[in-house]
Design a protein around this ligand. Structure first.
Ligand code: 0A1
Ligand code: ZN
Length: 850
């Protein structure tokens, strides 16, 4: 088929749909390569429409028959849909189409995964199931009949009826097509129940394939019930159907999907057991279950008018899942974790060729905009709004949002309007956070005279693709002041930076204070603050704000690393002594100490060098990181065994935050000890661990010192039957490989019989780890670039979405030296020139090349 030239879609071109849908009835006759989908759609002209053109989206469908009001028609069909003349009054459109789920390797629309039928319709997958106005502002009530011999047949809403070989479902809540879902398979359920705040009894199920997985649903179920309760307690939101189903599938492009009443999960995002899952897995599962559940209100009951408004549901829902995790675990640790992710991934995106506003203004393929900017920066915007209007203002605004927009397909303007109406605040300048791309830099100068301390803040946002000129934003900067003894003399206050440069004063101070700026990471900005190492070490020791205490250590570490990269220096002892004091302070949360002892990522160091106007050398950065780790190990050497022993949790494994924090610090000790003891302790931990967290950390410690071959073989032997555990086995070897070996290790793993590019988790295990091994990915040979390009070209023919996403590994190419640039550019061009390259990957590679 001839692929049309990729067409750009613009926010400014939005027009309301020509026809609305009152009801949809779908019948699925499931068969691997010949599934029939019968549709009966009740349309009515939209009184607000600007045209009467009738167009239904539809791709890769075989039309069997169609009719309008019972009269057979022969519509005009293109590669993207169907048109026909229609009455200027309500009418019923019916069609029968044939699709082939078994050969659908793109994992979008209706597809098969290990014998199970499942769907993924967000963003525009429903058009691969049948002809329909596949846009989120067309909402309708769905009734679904599924015919198949498979024992379990699920769809959205409540079960209506079932018999031998069929089941019917009815979803009373109008929804856009992207929230449609269907599952058919030989599945077993882990059942439970929940009573809502108004006393309604809800049936809960997690569905998995029969086998090992049945044992792995309990944690996810507990997380679901906690989420349901939390949303009632904190947001006053209750569940609204008789049943809530979650299904685990092995082949899935993303983490999970919030389809109404029938959430579909990547099995990695729901299945957990102590033997097979790490603490990080448990925490991620709890967060994703919460995230998808919270979408029931923020996404489903109130959806998006168009895909440019994606952050309306995603930013808010991420913000809500972050609040939830903070409440369940530790707010301080969660804030640090979120900042680490934001800086590592979103700042990288914002600084490179893929930078885009949280609400983009155009796209070729919407699947390419499920980004850290839309999700994580989108969540940061909500956090800033809450900081600016206060907790009460936020609560009033959210209550108004749910009242006013329940059942709507809404916009960012609607969202900001409820905050303006609820709090009386003018948000016109704040709205720029949605339209202006790039990470603002906030620079600091200060002075003290006659009891008055003056803090001058200046803001500047660098140019990004398509946006040269930036204007000042509203930036909430949380500041506290300490005196020389480390006492807090001015508690946290929010300074609202709205101009390019502004001075704030603090009176009545006996001496020049030490400022603690951007507490709690109060805005997603880069702080440019020339502090001395001594001042940073002081904050690391005394700051009362846990985020800034951690950040002082991180900034110090970054400065030390940069020094070491530049001139092979030995690390500043102020830093090493600070770490030692922190490690020995048993009053501090172990999870916090573990974070404080972790170095910034090598990619972060590379970006910091770029910010300093230098060209980073990934090999030199790797060496500096290794050397600093060794220095830390030596400096802390006397204390490591004691803390390691203290952190050994006794009794059966539990995934709670306190135990996980201890294991995290214990494992950090183990990594450092392994640098000195040749892996003795790690081998022992590997042999005795009864849980995956400690087993995997021990194996990683060994691999990082070039040992662990026997353990690696034993691990494979033990876990070869478990896909999710084997993903760890694949990934770990690549992430722990020495830089010069990384491409070879990855290439060898692609020859392993268990490697398959049809499973996104497996593909990501290898190639995500290759990207994460910064020095290995950027090895001067260029071998990793070539390998990744080879595989992306192969994968694109099967799964464009995952290919496009993984092509972002190349997005930092302009940071590096001419030789690396030439090699990366060649790899990108080779991908770009592949015949029949997908629209998804074409858009990404074109944008990366710039
Ligand atoms: N809405 C889901 C994410 C998601 C997006 C796209 C997908 O397929 C293209 C799948 C899932 C979420 O935020 O969890
Ligand atoms: Zn989401």
């Amino acid at each position: 088929m001839q692929t049309a030239a990729p067409q750009k879609i613009y926010l400014k071109d939005y027009t309301p749909p020509a026809y609305l849908v009152d009801s949809v009835e779908l019948t699925f006759k499931l068969a691997p390569t010949t599934t029939r989908v019968l549709s009966r759609i009740a349309f009515r002209p939209n009184p607000d429409a600007q045209s009467r053109d009738f167009f239904l989206h539809g791709e890769q469908l075989k039309l069997i028959s169609a009719s309008i009001d019972g009269v057979s028609i022969t519509p005009e069909i293109t590669a993207t849909g169907l048109t026909h003349t229609v009455p200027n009054a309500p009418f019923v459109f019916e069609a029968e189409v044939e699709i082939s789920p078994e050969t659908n390797t793109a994992l979008e629309g209706l597809y098969m995964s290990n014998g199970m039928y499942c769907t993924q319709c967000e963003a525009e997958g429903f058009r691969k199931i049948t002809y329909y106005p596949d846009r989120p502002d067309v909402m309708s009530v769905f009734t679904v009949r599924i015919e198949s011999d498979l024992p379990v047949l699920l769809s959205n809403g409540n079960p209506a009826a079932k018999g031998d070989g069929w089941a019917e479902w009815h979803d009373p809540w109008p929804k856009p097509a992207y929230l449609f879902a269907l599952v058919g398979g030989d599945l077993v359920n882990h059942p439970d129940r929940f009573t809502t705040m108004s006393g309604k009894d809800v049936e809960l199920n997690i569905w998995v394939r029969p086998g090992d997985d049945e044992q792995k649903c309990a944690f996810g179920m507990a997380a679901l019930k906690k989420s349901m309760k939390w949303d009632e307690d904190v947001y006053g939101r209750e569940y609204d159907l008789d049943i809530f189903n979650i299904v685990a599938v092995d082949d899935f492009n993303m983490g999970a999907m919030e389809n109404k009443g029938l959430n579909i999960f990547n099995s990695s995002a729901v299945l957990a057991s102590p033997e097979t899952s790490t603490d990080a897995n448990f925490e991620r599962i709890e967060a994703i279950i919460a995230h998808e559940y919270f979408h029931n209100w923020t996404g489903n009951r109130i959806t998006c008018r168009d895909w440019f408004q994606l952050c309306l549901k995603e930013g808010l829902t991420v913000f809500r899942d972050q609040q939830f995790t903070g409440d369940m675990r530790s707010h301080a640790v969660k804030r640090i974790d979120d900042a680490v992710v934001l800086r590592a991934h979103q700042f990288r995106e914002d600084n490179g060729p893929l930078a885009h506003p949280v609400r983009p203004e155009s796209f070729v393929e919407i699947n390419n905009f499920y980004t850290v900017t839309v999700y994580e920066k989108g969540a940061e915007i909500i956090g800033m709004l809450k900081r600016l209007v206060g907790d009460d203002g936020y609560k009033k605004a959210l209550d108004l949002y749910f009242d006013r927009h329940d059942g709507d397909a809404a916009t960012i303007e609607d969202w900001l309007q409820v905050f303006e109406d609820a709090t009386g605040r003018d948000l016109s300048q704040f709205a720029k956070w949605y339209s202006q791309a790039g990470t603002p830099r906030v620079s600091i100068t200060d002075s003290y005279a006659d009891g008055t301390y003056s803090l001058t803040l200046s803001q500047h946002t660098p140019a990004t693709p398509d946006q040269d000129e930036k204007t000042p934003m509203v930036i909430p900067v949380a500041v506290g002041l300490l005196n020389d003894n480390g006492d807090e003399i001015v508690p946290t206050r929010i300074l609202e930076l709205t101009e390019a440069t502004q001075t704030f004063t603090f009176d009545g101070l006996a001496s020049k204070p030490v400022p603690s700026i951007l507490r709690g990471f109060s805005a997603p900005v880069i702080l440019e603050h020339d502090q001395t190492n001594a001042e940073r070490a002081f904050l690391l020791a005394h700051d009362t704000d846990p985020f800034n205490r951690w950040d002082a250590g991180r900034t110090l570490a970054q400065d030390v690393l940069i020094q070491m990269v530049r001139e092979d220096a030995t690390p500043d002892t102020a830093y090493l002594d600070g770490l030692l004091a922190l490690l020995r302070d048993d009053s501090l949360d172990p999870a916090f100490r573990a974070l404080a002892l972790s170095l910034p990522s090598q990619d972060d160091t590379a970006q910091a060098l770029v910010d300093a106007g230098e060209t980073p050398d990934p090999t030199a950065i790797y060496r500096a990181h290794e050397a600093l780790t060794l220095h830390i190990a030596q400096h802390l050497q006397d204390t490591l065994p004691r803390i390691y022993a203290d952190m050994m949790v006794t009794g059966p494994y539990t995934p709670d935050a306190v135990s996980a924090g201890k294991r995290s610090l214990g494992n950090r000790m183990l990594t450092l000890m392994s640098k000195l003891d040749g892996g003795k302790q790690a081998s022992q931990q590997y042999a005795t661990a009864d849980n995956m967290t400690q087993q995997l950390a021990a194996l990683a410690s060994l691999l990082k010192i070039g040992k662990g071959a026997d353990e690696l073989a034993a691990f494979e032997q033990r876990w070869h039957h478990d896909r999710l555990v084997m993903d760890k086995w694949f990934g770990l070897q690549v992430s722990c490989a020495a830089p010069e070996d990384a491409a070879k290790v990855a290439a060898k793993l692609t020859e392993h019989p268990a490697f398959t590019m049809k499973n996104p988790n497996r593909f990501r295990a290898v190639f995500g780890a290759l990207k994460g091994n910064t020095a290995g990915f950027h090895d001067p040979s260029g071998a990793s670039y070539d390998l990744l390009a080879d595989w992306l070209i192969k994968l694109d023919a099967l799964n464009p979405q995952t290919t496009a996403r993984m092509s972002t590994s190349f997005d930092t190419w302009k940071r590096y030296d001419a030789d690396r640039q030439t090699k990366m550019k060649a790899a990108l061009q080779r991908i770009a020139e592949t015949p029949n390259l997908s629209r998804d990957t074409t858009e990404m590679v074109t944008r990366i090349l710039g």
